[in-house]
Design a protein around this ligand. Structure first.
Ligand code: C3B
Length: 828
């Protein structure tokens, strides 16, 4: 009843519309089926039912959402704004049901209607608005922010086409466009009235106003509209419902009437098409920059809309912008939104007429920057002419920021060893380039890496000059993942087993998993643990059969590597091991070994030839190995197509072994490593990214470590690395590479995989060959442990019991305390 009063309308009876018992839900689902979709049960397709359920769930989010907005407004809470070009949120129905705590009731309501919730869950198209780890991290953080009752808005782009679907044809990856919006998106609320005009191109005009002030006007060449589309993000077990606000680009006017009237119909439509292109498609590269004008336009487009939205919200409550930074903490998720530093200065100075110094003080206290990679090809720089062409005013502002910064730097560093040149936001050369990481560092009050090792390397290498300049700005926040989606939702059996033993507290306090250690000596518990894993593996085996036609034995050890395909992640090292096992069987047909199923999954960037060739090789090897009678069930290799959030949720629970084998120093953190471990897999991995910290908490004896350290990698590289030396020195390695090179896996055509083998032999930039022997050795240790199932189970339980640190709740708490300085604002 109190809800009724608080929402200020005596006739608004929220309870009848949003009750959560099975009866009310059943009525609401039928209602939505009829009134929103114009369907009735006799003719409704599973997708119609899915949508009806989704609307029913959304109705139950909406009044929490309104309450949340009211509460935040009343309390004038400081809000976090997470600026990210990617939010890989994945399917929403399952996680919303879990977070609202109404899964059982909805299941019951549906079964009374003759529908199966699991079938409907399958209907949801995946919002693939991200490439991989970075985008998924943003989504996990949104879940934790809401669960921790932190006022927050996620700002990004409503891509019409998300990450492509991967189809495999004759072993090759084929990209299929992702039409996730095709049948409508029940989760979003379009806000056509919440629209900003975004300038692009043109030139600037400097003038003096009536009061003698120097002012700048930006005369754009064209204008596009950014229209807000809101998706409610509900916390687990709380009322707080935050906002994911994604911007869609639209044309300012649908038609150029002049052109239309003169008969040039197509020219009239052209402008519209051009404007809408901006939010059309996600760039499918992870960790490589595209340098395309459209990409810059995307970045500026969403940043400008977001900042102006923040200013709009601010000015509803405050007289001016002098305390903007006290109301908002804006996180730059990598350099993709880094143009925000210049844009906020433009908004404050040009549009709100603040003086430069106070404006700079506001801006630099608003922003903080997370770096996600050390790979040089991922560090964004924009050519100055291109920036000039798209954002002429921002070039002036960046020059101004840089000039003032350089003056400061000269005094502080006395230009020791050329630090000034390296710190400059502008990189000299033909053409000059703007370094977005430098802009982000200069404009932020905090800079963080995403795992302890990564942050240390940032300080020592990529951002070393900035660290020397401002050591106090640097800190580490190790990544985390949400246990709601990646354990509670995706692994119901293991979750139940855990809750039956230690209660449900772990769901919002993952450190509570420690309580499982007390049950380690309980043989019945270990037996149940094994049963759950076996059942999860049976489910995956069934899915693998449907998707790839390969039969696998759920009793085998499931060894999984699922992530974007990239040379630094070294999927080819994994494959060399599989070929090695194959050779061992051929050489010794009676070999007794731990039966293994090796599962690979991941998308390759469409333009990344080596990664695509790898996918072909994985299929080629799988084809030979899987049908070789001599091998039988001892070894299988399966490539799981179209690795995405939905598929990931079925893969993690079924893994025995998690392959985290990147070249040390290259994987900033990794988050799959955490998800596997949370689901009871043991890790075989290098001392890289968050592996280091995972090993620390689960214990050395519960982790299969191998390979060079980051330091050793650098040392070997500087002293001259000769991959051939390893090839010559290891007979098994030689045999595996020779077999691939011989054409054995490519119908005798030796050329097909030549680029891959040649690259390894001649360059091997990620030192696969140097770590091969250590990797094989660690894999033998895996086999030894597999032969002792009970000991394996103990280690699996310990991995889960000790993984609490890697909850995104912990990570978000650290951001709140150390960077954003925000407090929870609970909603009644
Ligand atoms: C990724 C990194 O490659 C991962 O190590 C890291 O765990 C995640 O970010 C999240 O921090 N990353 C990415 O997915 N895309 C980029 N452009 C850069 C880093």
């Amino acid at each position: 009843m109190s809800q009724q009063n608080n929402l200020d309308h005596p006739k608004l009876d929220l309870h009848s519309r949003t009750g959560t018992n099975a009866d009310t839900l059943q009525r609401a689902i039928l209602d939505n089926l009829f009134y929103i979709q114009g369907r009735f049960p006799d003719v409704a397709t599973p997708h119609d039912w899915y949508q009806a359920v989704a609307y029913t769930v959304r109705d139950r989010q909406l009044h929490r959402w309104v309450k949340t907005a009211q509460t935040y407004k009343k309390q004038k809470s400081r809000s976090v704004c997470y600026l990210s070009a990617e939010f890989l949120i994945g399917p929403m129905l399952g996680s919303n049901l879990v977070n609202l705590g109404i899964e059982d009731e909805v299941r019951e309501a549906l079964s009374a209607l003759g529908q199966d919730l699991d079938v409907l869950l399958e209907q949801e198209p995946e919002p693939g608005l991200g490439n991989g780890g970075l985008g998924r991290l943003a989504a996990c953080y949104m879940d934790s922010l809401a669960t921790l009752e932190i006022p927050a808005i996620g700002y990004g782009i409503r891509y019409e086409f998300g990450i492509f679907h991967q189809r495999i044809e004759n072993g090759w990856q084929k990209e299929i466009s992702d039409q996730w919006l095709h049948l409508g998106n029940p989760w979003e609320v379009p806000r056509p009235l919440l629209t900003f005009r975004v300038n692009l191109g043109g030139h600037t005009e400097h003038y003096t106003d009536d009061h003698g002030n120097h002012r700048v006007r930006w005369e754009p060449e064209r204008v596009v509209l950014g229209v807000a589309h809101d998706t409610p993000i509900i916390g687990y077990g709380v009322n707080n419902t935050n906002l994911l606000r994604l911007w869609k680009a639209e044309a300012e006017q649908s038609f150029d009437f002049e052109a239309f009237n003169t008969g040039d119909y197509y020219a009239a439509v052209e402008e519209k098409v051009k404007s809408e292109t901006i939010s059309k498609v996600l760039y499918p590269n992870d960790e490589a920059i595209s340098g395309k004008t459209l990409r810059l336009e995307q970045q500026y487009f969403f940043v400008s809309c977001s900042l102006r939205d923040m200013i709009r919200i601010h000015l509803q409550q405050e007289p001016d912008l002098s305390n903007f930074h006290e109301k908002f903490a804006a996180q730059l998720n990598d350099t993709h939104p880094a143009i925000a530093v210049a844009e906020l200065m433009r908004l404050l100075v040009d549009e709100h007429h603040m003086d430069w110094n106070p404006a700079w003080s506001v801006a630099s206290r608003t922003f903080s920057y997370t770096n996600h990679t050390l790979l040089p090809e991922a560090l964004e720089t924009w050519s100055l002419p291109l920036l000039q062409q798209v954002l002429p005013r921002h070039v002036e502002i960046i020059y101004e920021i840089n000039m003032r910064f350089m003056d400061q730097v000269r005094v502080l560093t006395h230009d020791v060893c050329g630090a000034v040149t390296r710190l400059s936001i502008i990189e000299e050369g033909e053409p000059k380039r703007v370094r977005m990481a430098n802009l982000a560092c200069v404009g932020s009050h905090a800079i963080n890496g995403v795992a302890a090792l990564h942050t240390e390397l940032l300080k020592k290498t990529t951002l070393n000059d900035f660290h020397n300049l401002w050591p106090e700005k640097f800190l580490n926040v190790t990544n985390g993942v949400t246990p709601r989606r990646f354990l509670l939702l995706s692994n119901p059996k293991q979750s139940k087993l855990i809750s039956d033993r230690i209660g449900e507290g772990w769901i919002t306090d993952l450190e509570k998993l420690r309580g499982l250690e007390a049950h380690l000596d309980d043989a019945g518990f270990r037996e149940d643990w094994r049963r759950v894993k076996r059942e999860n593996k049976e489910a995956l085996a069934k899915l693998l059969k449907e998707r790839t036609y390969v039969d696998v034995d759920p009793q085998s050890l499931f060894s999984v590597q699922a992530k974007r395909i990239h040379e630094y992640k070294r999927q080819h090292l994994h494959l060399l091991y599989v070929v090695t096992l194959y050779n061992r069987i051929i050489n010794n047909p009676n070999l007794s070994m731990a039966p293994r199923v090796h599962i690979l999954g991941g998308k390759a960037a469409p333009g990344y030839a080596m990664a695509k060739l790898f996918i072909k090789l994985a299929h080629a090897v799988g084809e030979m190995v899987n049908r070789d009678q001599m091998v039988g069930d001892r070894l299988k290799l399966v490539f799981f197509p179209n690795f995405n959030v939905k598929n990931a949720q079925r893969i993690y629970p079924a893994a025995d072994l998690s392959e985290q084998i990147s070249t040390a120093g290259f994987e900033a953190s990794g988050t799959g490593n955490m998800k596997f471990s949370m689901n009871g897999a043991l890790t075989i991995g290098t001392l890289d990214g968050a592996n280091v910290e995972i090993r620390e908490v689960v214990g050395d004896e519960n982790f299969f470590l191998f390979g060079m350290t980051a330091e050793e990698v650098v040392h070997l590289k500087t002293n001259g690395y000769h991959p051939r030396h390893y090839y010559d020195g290891n007979a098994e390695l030689r045999a595996a590479m020779d077999l691939i090179a011989s054409g054995y896996f490519s119908h005798g055509e030796a050329d097909v995989f030549k680029p891959l083998i040649d690259n390894l032999l001649e360059h091997d930039p990620f030192m696969v060959l140097a770590d091969y022997e250590a990797y094989c050795h660690a894999q033998s240790q895996v086999d030894d442990l597999w032969a002792q199932p009970d000991l394996w189970t103990r280690k699996s339980i310990l991995n889960v019991a000790r993984i609490g640190k890697f909850s995104s709740d912990r990570a978000i708490r650290e951001y709140c305390e150390k960077i954003w300085k925000v407090q929870p604002t609970p909603v009644d």
